[in-house]
Design a protein around this ligand. Structure first.
Ligand code: ZN
Length: 60
């Protein structure tokens, strides 16, 4: 049985995705990031989320 993980971007539970640092990113969001133009605001939104995760290096 496969357990869904909560995507750190769209905050929905998804069965498939990648792990970046401590952040789980679902396939949908991964594709969005890959296909998003870096100059688009959306991309910055993702980066902000990623940065926040990256900064919290301590595991609870
Ligand atoms: Zn997602």
């Amino acid at each position: 049985m496969r357990q869904n993980e909560k995507c750190g971007i769209c905050e929905q539970n998804k069965p498939q995705g990648i792990h970046l640092y401590t952040l789980f990113i679902c396939c949908d969001c991964e594709q969005k990031i890959v296909h998003t133009d870096p100059e688009e605001a959306q991309y910055k939104h993702y980066l902000k989320k990623l940065k926040r995760m990256h900064q919290s290096t301590l595991y609870s």
